[in-house]
Ligand binder design. Structure first.
Ligand code: PBG
Length: 329
Protein backbone atom coordinates (compact mmCIF):
# COMPACT_ATOMS: atom_id res chain seq x y z
CA UNK A 1 0.00 0.00 0.00
CA UNK A 2 1.29 3.45 -0.92
CA UNK A 3 0.66 6.19 1.62
CA UNK A 4 1.75 9.75 2.32
CA UNK A 5 3.22 11.18 5.47
CA UNK A 6 2.23 13.87 7.95
CA UNK A 7 2.19 16.87 7.60
CA UNK A 8 1.67 16.54 3.82
CA UNK A 9 -0.94 13.95 4.49
CA UNK A 10 -3.80 14.89 6.82
CA UNK A 11 -6.64 12.37 6.74
CA UNK A 12 -8.83 14.81 8.65
CA UNK A 13 -8.79 17.11 5.58
CA UNK A 14 -11.32 14.92 3.78
CA UNK A 15 -13.35 14.43 6.95
CA UNK A 16 -13.90 18.13 7.55
CA UNK A 17 -17.11 18.72 5.61
CA UNK A 18 -20.21 16.64 5.17
CA UNK A 19 -20.03 16.75 1.34
CA UNK A 20 -16.48 15.49 1.45
CA UNK A 21 -17.29 12.73 3.91
CA UNK A 22 -20.09 11.63 1.60
CA UNK A 23 -17.74 11.71 -1.35
CA UNK A 24 -15.32 9.24 0.17
CA UNK A 25 -17.93 6.84 1.62
CA UNK A 26 -16.86 3.26 1.01
CA UNK A 27 -20.06 1.49 1.98
CA UNK A 28 -23.72 2.28 2.01
CA UNK A 29 -27.13 0.76 2.33
CA UNK A 30 -30.18 0.78 0.14
CA UNK A 31 -33.51 -0.98 0.47
CA UNK A 32 -32.22 -3.72 -1.88
CA UNK A 33 -29.89 -4.80 0.91
CA UNK A 34 -32.71 -6.07 3.11
CA UNK A 35 -34.85 -9.10 3.70
CA UNK A 36 -37.90 -8.44 5.90
CA UNK A 37 -38.90 -11.20 8.34
CA UNK A 38 -42.63 -11.43 9.07
CA UNK A 39 -44.28 -13.37 11.90
CA UNK A 40 -47.68 -14.84 11.17
CA UNK A 41 -50.51 -15.73 13.52
CA UNK A 42 -53.92 -17.44 13.16
CA UNK A 43 -57.09 -15.43 13.45
CA UNK A 44 -58.40 -12.18 12.08
CA UNK A 45 -57.62 -8.53 12.37
CA UNK A 46 -54.67 -8.90 14.71
CA UNK A 47 -51.34 -7.12 14.83
CA UNK A 48 -49.91 -8.59 17.98
CA UNK A 49 -46.88 -7.07 19.72
CA UNK A 50 -43.97 -9.35 20.65
CA UNK A 51 -42.87 -8.44 24.15
CA UNK A 52 -39.13 -9.00 23.80
CA UNK A 53 -39.01 -7.30 20.38
CA UNK A 54 -40.63 -3.86 20.71
CA UNK A 55 -41.68 -2.61 17.27
CA UNK A 56 -42.10 -6.12 15.81
CA UNK A 57 -45.54 -7.75 15.51
CA UNK A 58 -47.28 -10.95 14.56
CA UNK A 59 -49.80 -10.49 11.73
CA UNK A 60 -52.97 -12.35 10.85
CA UNK A 61 -53.35 -13.07 7.13
CA UNK A 62 -55.81 -10.22 6.58
CA UNK A 63 -53.27 -7.78 8.06
CA UNK A 64 -50.42 -9.23 6.05
CA UNK A 65 -51.08 -7.65 2.66
CA UNK A 66 -50.89 -3.99 3.72
CA UNK A 67 -47.60 -4.77 5.45
CA UNK A 68 -46.21 -6.53 2.37
CA UNK A 69 -47.48 -3.77 0.14
CA UNK A 70 -45.48 -1.24 2.13
CA UNK A 71 -42.38 -3.39 1.74
CA UNK A 72 -42.92 -3.50 -2.03
CA UNK A 73 -43.35 0.28 -2.16
CA UNK A 74 -40.11 0.64 -0.22
CA UNK A 75 -38.36 -1.66 -2.72
CA UNK A 76 -37.55 -4.45 -0.28
CA UNK A 77 -36.64 -7.42 -2.51
CA UNK A 78 -37.80 -10.26 -0.27
CA UNK A 79 -39.83 -11.18 2.79
CA UNK A 80 -39.22 -14.18 5.06
CA UNK A 81 -42.28 -15.84 6.58
CA UNK A 82 -42.31 -17.36 10.07
CA UNK A 83 -45.39 -18.91 11.71
CA UNK A 84 -46.47 -18.72 15.33
CA UNK A 85 -47.90 -22.21 15.71
CA UNK A 86 -50.52 -22.86 18.35
CA UNK A 87 -49.58 -25.49 20.95
CA UNK A 88 -52.44 -27.78 19.98
CA UNK A 89 -51.00 -28.03 16.45
CA UNK A 90 -47.55 -29.09 17.61
CA UNK A 91 -46.48 -32.70 18.08
CA UNK A 92 -43.29 -34.76 18.39
CA UNK A 93 -43.00 -35.22 14.63
CA UNK A 94 -43.91 -31.67 13.67
CA UNK A 95 -46.49 -32.95 11.18
CA UNK A 96 -48.09 -29.50 10.87
CA UNK A 97 -45.08 -28.63 8.67
CA UNK A 98 -46.58 -30.83 5.96
CA UNK A 99 -50.14 -29.55 6.27
CA UNK A 100 -50.95 -27.71 3.07
CA UNK A 101 -53.33 -25.50 5.02
CA UNK A 102 -50.75 -24.38 7.55
CA UNK A 103 -50.17 -20.72 8.18
CA UNK A 104 -47.06 -20.40 6.02
CA UNK A 105 -48.69 -22.17 3.06
CA UNK A 106 -51.71 -19.90 3.28
CA UNK A 107 -49.54 -16.80 3.59
CA UNK A 108 -47.44 -17.71 0.54
CA UNK A 109 -50.60 -18.09 -1.51
CA UNK A 110 -52.09 -14.82 -0.29
CA UNK A 111 -48.96 -12.86 -1.16
CA UNK A 112 -48.30 -14.62 -4.48
CA UNK A 113 -51.86 -14.23 -5.67
CA UNK A 114 -51.87 -10.51 -4.97
CA UNK A 115 -48.31 -9.48 -5.76
CA UNK A 116 -46.97 -12.15 -8.18
CA UNK A 117 -43.27 -11.48 -8.64
CA UNK A 118 -43.22 -7.98 -7.20
CA UNK A 119 -41.47 -9.34 -4.13
CA UNK A 120 -39.65 -12.58 -3.34
CA UNK A 121 -40.84 -14.95 -0.66
CA UNK A 122 -38.43 -16.92 1.45
CA UNK A 123 -39.47 -19.68 3.85
CA UNK A 124 -37.51 -21.56 6.46
CA UNK A 125 -37.14 -25.27 5.98
CA UNK A 126 -36.99 -26.73 9.50
CA UNK A 127 -39.42 -28.30 11.92
CA UNK A 128 -38.94 -26.19 15.03
CA UNK A 129 -42.10 -24.07 14.73
CA UNK A 130 -44.08 -27.31 14.59
CA UNK A 131 -42.46 -29.74 17.04
CA UNK A 132 -43.63 -30.04 20.64
CA UNK A 133 -39.98 -30.27 21.78
CA UNK A 134 -38.87 -27.19 19.82
CA UNK A 135 -36.11 -28.95 17.88
CA UNK A 136 -35.56 -28.51 14.14
CA UNK A 137 -35.88 -32.20 13.37
CA UNK A 138 -37.02 -35.60 14.57
CA UNK A 139 -35.83 -36.46 18.02
CA UNK A 140 -34.60 -39.81 19.35
CA UNK A 141 -33.24 -40.05 22.90
CA UNK A 142 -32.34 -36.36 22.88
CA UNK A 143 -30.53 -36.60 19.51
CA UNK A 144 -31.89 -34.98 16.38
CA UNK A 145 -31.87 -37.65 13.67
CA UNK A 146 -30.19 -36.52 10.47
CA UNK A 147 -31.31 -38.62 7.51
CA UNK A 148 -34.84 -39.21 8.82
CA UNK A 149 -35.23 -35.46 9.35
CA UNK A 150 -34.09 -34.76 5.79
CA UNK A 151 -36.89 -36.94 4.43
CA UNK A 152 -39.40 -34.64 6.12
CA UNK A 153 -37.53 -31.48 5.10
CA UNK A 154 -37.63 -32.59 1.48
CA UNK A 155 -41.41 -32.92 1.70
CA UNK A 156 -41.68 -29.56 3.44
CA UNK A 157 -39.58 -28.00 0.68
CA UNK A 158 -41.67 -29.44 -2.12
CA UNK A 159 -44.87 -28.32 -0.40
CA UNK A 160 -43.64 -24.76 0.07
CA UNK A 161 -42.39 -24.65 -3.53
CA UNK A 162 -45.80 -25.85 -4.73
CA UNK A 163 -47.44 -23.03 -2.82
CA UNK A 164 -45.23 -20.54 -4.66
CA UNK A 165 -42.30 -19.98 -2.34
CA UNK A 166 -39.40 -18.48 -4.33
CA UNK A 167 -36.52 -19.18 -1.99
CA UNK A 168 -36.28 -22.16 0.33
CA UNK A 169 -34.07 -21.54 3.31
CA UNK A 170 -33.09 -24.71 5.16
CA UNK A 171 -32.24 -23.52 8.66
CA UNK A 172 -31.96 -26.94 10.26
CA UNK A 173 -28.23 -27.71 9.90
CA UNK A 174 -28.71 -31.37 8.98
CA UNK A 175 -25.80 -32.80 6.95
CA UNK A 176 -26.54 -33.31 3.27
CA UNK A 177 -29.94 -31.68 3.13
CA UNK A 178 -29.14 -29.12 0.43
CA UNK A 179 -28.25 -31.76 -2.16
CA UNK A 180 -31.30 -33.87 -1.44
CA UNK A 181 -33.66 -30.89 -1.44
CA UNK A 182 -32.17 -29.64 -4.72
CA UNK A 183 -32.58 -33.04 -6.31
CA UNK A 184 -36.18 -33.38 -5.19
CA UNK A 185 -37.05 -29.85 -6.33
CA UNK A 186 -35.62 -30.51 -9.80
CA UNK A 187 -37.40 -33.84 -10.06
CA UNK A 188 -40.71 -32.17 -9.24
CA UNK A 189 -40.38 -29.37 -11.75
CA UNK A 190 -39.09 -26.69 -9.40
CA UNK A 191 -35.69 -26.23 -10.99
CA UNK A 192 -36.07 -22.43 -10.72
CA UNK A 193 -36.85 -22.41 -7.00
CA UNK A 194 -33.81 -21.03 -5.24
CA UNK A 195 -32.08 -22.35 -2.15
CA UNK A 196 -30.63 -20.00 0.44
CA UNK A 197 -28.81 -22.28 2.80
CA UNK A 198 -28.38 -21.30 6.41
CA UNK A 199 -24.97 -22.87 5.90
CA UNK A 200 -23.34 -21.30 8.92
CA UNK A 201 -25.76 -21.28 11.79
CA UNK A 202 -24.33 -21.17 15.27
CA UNK A 203 -25.95 -22.59 18.40
CA UNK A 204 -26.68 -19.17 19.84
CA UNK A 205 -28.35 -17.54 22.78
CA UNK A 206 -29.19 -14.62 20.49
CA UNK A 207 -32.21 -16.57 19.18
CA UNK A 208 -34.15 -16.22 22.45
CA UNK A 209 -36.72 -13.61 21.40
CA UNK A 210 -37.40 -15.44 18.09
CA UNK A 211 -38.44 -18.57 19.96
CA UNK A 212 -40.83 -16.39 21.90
CA UNK A 213 -42.12 -14.91 18.63
CA UNK A 214 -42.89 -18.31 17.07
CA UNK A 215 -44.20 -19.82 20.30
CA UNK A 216 -41.47 -22.38 20.95
CA UNK A 217 -39.91 -20.62 23.92
CA UNK A 218 -40.64 -22.75 26.98
CA UNK A 219 -40.77 -25.90 24.85
CA UNK A 220 -37.17 -26.41 23.82
CA UNK A 221 -35.72 -29.45 25.56
CA UNK A 222 -31.97 -29.08 26.01
CA UNK A 223 -30.08 -27.08 23.40
CA UNK A 224 -29.30 -27.29 19.68
CA UNK A 225 -25.58 -27.98 19.98
CA UNK A 226 -25.67 -31.39 18.34
CA UNK A 227 -26.64 -29.81 15.02
CA UNK A 228 -25.97 -26.06 15.11
CA UNK A 229 -22.34 -24.92 15.10
CA UNK A 230 -20.05 -24.23 18.04
CA UNK A 231 -19.39 -20.49 18.22
CA UNK A 232 -15.74 -21.16 18.95
CA UNK A 233 -15.16 -22.33 15.37
CA UNK A 234 -14.51 -20.62 12.06
CA UNK A 235 -12.71 -23.19 9.85
CA UNK A 236 -15.74 -25.39 10.29
CA UNK A 237 -17.87 -22.59 8.85
CA UNK A 238 -15.88 -22.73 5.62
CA UNK A 239 -16.35 -26.49 5.41
CA UNK A 240 -20.11 -26.07 5.86
CA UNK A 241 -20.26 -23.45 3.11
CA UNK A 242 -18.12 -25.51 0.73
CA UNK A 243 -20.43 -28.50 1.13
CA UNK A 244 -23.59 -26.50 0.57
CA UNK A 245 -22.23 -24.78 -2.54
CA UNK A 246 -21.28 -28.17 -3.98
CA UNK A 247 -24.74 -29.47 -3.15
CA UNK A 248 -26.37 -26.63 -5.08
CA UNK A 249 -27.05 -23.72 -2.73
CA UNK A 250 -27.63 -20.47 -4.65
CA UNK A 251 -26.85 -18.30 -1.62
CA UNK A 252 -25.57 -18.90 1.87
CA UNK A 253 -26.46 -17.34 5.20
CA UNK A 254 -24.34 -16.57 8.22
CA UNK A 255 -26.29 -16.39 11.46
CA UNK A 256 -26.28 -14.65 13.94
CA UNK A 257 -24.82 -11.51 12.39
CA UNK A 258 -22.96 -8.95 14.43
CA UNK A 259 -20.88 -11.32 16.59
CA UNK A 260 -19.89 -13.18 13.40
CA UNK A 261 -18.74 -10.44 11.02
CA UNK A 262 -15.39 -12.22 10.73
CA UNK A 263 -17.21 -15.26 9.37
CA UNK A 264 -19.14 -13.19 6.81
CA UNK A 265 -15.86 -11.77 5.57
CA UNK A 266 -14.15 -15.16 5.46
CA UNK A 267 -17.00 -16.75 3.54
CA UNK A 268 -17.19 -13.87 1.05
CA UNK A 269 -13.45 -13.80 0.43
CA UNK A 270 -13.13 -17.55 0.07
CA UNK A 271 -16.16 -18.39 -2.05
CA UNK A 272 -17.35 -15.23 -3.85
CA UNK A 273 -20.96 -16.36 -3.61
CA UNK A 274 -23.94 -14.29 -2.47
CA UNK A 275 -23.70 -14.12 1.32
CA UNK A 276 -26.65 -13.11 3.44
CA UNK A 277 -26.40 -12.20 7.09
CA UNK A 278 -29.11 -12.54 9.70
CA UNK A 279 -29.28 -9.82 12.31
CA UNK A 280 -31.19 -12.08 14.68
CA UNK A 281 -33.86 -11.41 17.24
CA UNK A 282 -31.48 -11.08 20.20
CA UNK A 283 -29.37 -8.51 18.35
CA UNK A 284 -32.51 -6.56 17.52
CA UNK A 285 -33.76 -6.82 21.07
CA UNK A 286 -30.51 -5.59 22.64
CA UNK A 287 -30.37 -2.55 20.38
CA UNK A 288 -34.01 -1.54 20.48
CA UNK A 289 -34.34 -1.94 24.24
CA UNK A 290 -31.20 0.11 24.88
CA UNK A 291 -32.48 2.79 22.47
CA UNK A 292 -35.89 2.84 24.14
CA UNK A 293 -34.26 3.28 27.54
CA UNK A 294 -32.15 6.15 26.20
CA UNK A 295 -28.84 4.39 26.87
CA UNK A 296 -27.71 4.71 23.25
CA UNK A 297 -29.08 6.76 20.37
CA UNK A 298 -30.89 5.41 17.31
CA UNK A 299 -27.82 5.67 15.10
CA UNK A 300 -26.55 2.40 16.57
CA UNK A 301 -28.92 0.72 14.14
CA UNK A 302 -27.35 2.18 11.01
CA UNK A 303 -23.90 1.65 12.47
CA UNK A 304 -24.54 -2.03 13.10
CA UNK A 305 -26.12 -2.53 9.66
CA UNK A 306 -23.22 -0.87 7.85
CA UNK A 307 -20.95 -3.28 9.72
CA UNK A 308 -22.57 -6.12 7.77
CA UNK A 309 -21.88 -4.38 4.46
CA UNK A 310 -18.28 -3.65 5.38
CA UNK A 311 -17.83 -7.32 6.19
CA UNK A 312 -19.12 -8.23 2.72
CA UNK A 313 -22.76 -9.22 3.20
CA UNK A 314 -24.93 -8.88 0.09
CA UNK A 315 -28.09 -8.46 2.12
CA UNK A 316 -29.25 -8.51 5.70
CA UNK A 317 -32.24 -10.16 7.25
CA UNK A 318 -33.29 -7.49 9.70
CA UNK A 319 -36.31 -6.79 11.88
CA UNK A 320 -35.77 -3.10 11.11
CA UNK A 321 -36.39 -3.64 7.40
CA UNK A 322 -39.92 -2.23 7.69
CA UNK A 323 -38.62 1.07 9.10
CA UNK A 324 -35.76 1.89 6.73
CA UNK A 325 -37.12 5.36 6.03
CA UNK A 326 -36.27 6.26 9.64
CA UNK A 327 -32.92 4.49 9.70
CA UNK A 328 -31.30 5.29 6.36
CA UNK A 329 -32.11 8.99 6.21
C1 PBG B 1 -35.35 -22.03 13.24
C2 PBG B 1 -34.89 -20.62 13.19
C3 PBG B 1 -34.40 -19.89 14.27
C4 PBG B 1 -34.21 -18.60 13.79
C5 PBG B 1 -34.58 -18.57 12.45
N1 PBG B 1 -34.97 -19.85 12.09
C6 PBG B 1 -34.20 -20.24 15.68
C7 PBG B 1 -33.46 -21.41 16.10
O1 PBG B 1 -32.72 -22.04 15.35
O2 PBG B 1 -33.61 -21.76 17.28
C8 PBG B 1 -33.73 -17.47 14.65
C9 PBG B 1 -33.97 -16.13 14.13
C10 PBG B 1 -33.83 -15.04 15.11
O3 PBG B 1 -33.40 -15.25 16.27
O4 PBG B 1 -34.17 -13.92 14.74
N2 PBG B 1 -34.68 -22.99 12.57
Amino acid sequence: MITGKFPNLRLRRSRKNDWSRRLIEENNLSSSDFILPIFLIEGRNKKQPIKSMPGVFRYTLDKLTPFVEKAIKNKIPMIALFPYTEKRKKNILGTEALNEDNLVCKAIQVVKKKYKNEIGIMCDVALDPYTSHGHDGLLKSGYVLNDETIDVLVDQSILQAQMGCDVLAPSDMMDGRIGLIRKALDKNGFDMTQILSYAVKYASSYYGPFRDAVGSKGLLKGDKKNYQMDFKNSNEALREVALDIKEGADMVMVKPGLPYLDIIKLVKENFKVPVMAYQVSGEYSLLINAINKGFVDRNVILESLIGFKRAGANAIVSYYADRLDKILK
